[in-house]
Design a binder for this molecule. Structure first.
Ligand SMILES: Cc1ncc(COP(=O)(O)O)c(C=O)c1O
Length: 384
């Protein structure tokens, strides 16, 4: 090998990785001072339900813990599909994944190739454009206009669809806005997509964390060509367990299984076996209790932001985030840093898309006491 050839073998960033950065949420979190109040990460502070923890300990001691099949334990997939009775899916149309992040990866890697476009809400969870890049697809953003409180706008959505559109990301309830799509919104998405062959990739990881009377509806109720991304990370405080799923269109799922199998083989067998306890009275009760806790926190946070800081916070319908309008207070990043110095972690809205510039995302994965303390610290940082 000549010197020149040797030189050519030096590390070069493959095209699919160009421009992908680690998310700034982590960077902000890592630079926080000890004792900071965390309004930053979307990581539940509540414990995992006792029945799931007990079951994990039992299965470690008593059950076989080799690989499961690539798609996951059949009895677990049988349970997961019961969450969407209207779809009438078979267990073979569902894959248990390493968290919902891996479901997104499987879905987009299976659907997309070079030259395809994927519609992504602006603002939204930053993983979508990154995964699109890895899948070779182009991200096309559709605005959720801030002047509509980050609500859905059918005209903004429709005008971004081209012949190259392969998939659209539907996210409800949303990270970062906490807004849910109404049945009318979903119907209009379905109407726009009808007959196009475009796939809806519906991220429903916050589906069970809702503060409305009814659980938010799913695009899959209105549009057949849907892949559902979900899991137990957020509603069951199981982020570290890595329990997610992907289900939907059978012919797509067959290929998604190949992506998943070569990537991960299967998610942890301990996690899969323990997750079965979610489908028990105790599991569902723990979920309902968390929902109540987050609802109280939401009410408290929105009230304090208004009364103590004089700022306007979007009152979310689900998830555990609120967007606070700080556009009158100057540069968002300066504000994030000012709050960091006062030991409060927040995230700049523009990290989720330029539509959210001038906003901060505040997560309420913090106790009511910490919410009071955190808003108090924000108040003193602002000298009010
Ligand atoms: C909208 C959304 N989708 C997916 C994920 C991934 O969650 P997990 O892989 O832990 O299930 C997150 C995590 O923050 C998220 O906010």
């Amino acid at each position: 090998m000549t010197q020149a050839t040797r030189h050519n073998k030096e590390f070069r960033i493959p095209k699919r990785l160009e421009g992908i950065q680690q998310s700034n949420i982590r960077r902000i979190f890592d630079s926080a001072l000890p004792g900071s109040i965390n309004f930053g990460l979307g990581q539940p502070d509540l414990p995992t339900a006792q029945c799931i923890k007990d079951e994990a300990i039992r299965v470690i001691n008593e059950e076989p813990l080799g690989y499961t099949s690539h798609s996951g334990l059949p009895e677990l997939r049988e349970k997961i599909i019961t969450e969407y009775p209207h779809l009438d899916l078979a267990a073979s149309d569902c894959i248990v994944t390493v968290g919902s992040n891996e479901s997104l990866f499987c879905a987009l890697m299976t659907l997309c190739q070079e030259g395809d476009e994927v519609l992504v809400p602006n603002p939204a969870f930053p993983a979508y454009p990154a995964i699109n890049n890895l899948a070779g697809a182009e991200t096309v953003l559709y605005r959720l206009p801030k002047e509509k409180g980050f609500g859905f706008d059918a005209a903004e959505f429709e005008k971004k669809i081209t012949d190259k559109t392969r998939a659209v990301i539907v996210l409800s309830p949303s990270n970062p806005t906490g807004r849910s799509l109404s049945r009318e919104d979903l119907q209009s998405i379905a109407k726009i997509l009808d007959g196009t062959g475009i796939y809806a990739v519906s991220d429903e990881i916050y589906r069970e964390l809702y503060f409305t009377e009814e659980r938010p509806a799913s695009i899959s109720e209105y549009y057949e060509n849907t892949l559902i991304v979900g899991g137990l990370s957020k509603n069951m405080s199981m982020t570290g367990w890595r329990m997610g799923w992907l289900m939907g269109v059978p012919e797509v799922m067959k290929k998604a299984l190949v992506v998943h199998g070569y990537n991960t083989v299967c998610t942890s067998t301990i996690t899969q076996r323990a997750a079965l306890a979610y489908w028990t009275e105790e599991g569902k009760r723990a979920e309902a209790d968390s929902r109540e806790i987050y609802k109280r926190r939401r009410d408290l946070l929105v009230k304090l932001i208004d009364e103590e800081l004089g700022l306007n916070a979007v009152s979310p319908e689900g998830a555990f985030y609120s967007m606070v309008d700080v556009s009158e207070l100057g540069d968002e990043m300066e504000l994030v840093n000012k709050f960091l110095q006062n030991r409060v972690i927040t995230v700049n809205g523009s990290g989720f898309g330029d539509e959210a510039k001038g906003f901060l995302r505040i997560s309420f994965c913090a106790s009511e006491e910490n919410i009071r303390e955190g808003v108090g610290r924000m108040k003193s940082a602002l000298d009010i």
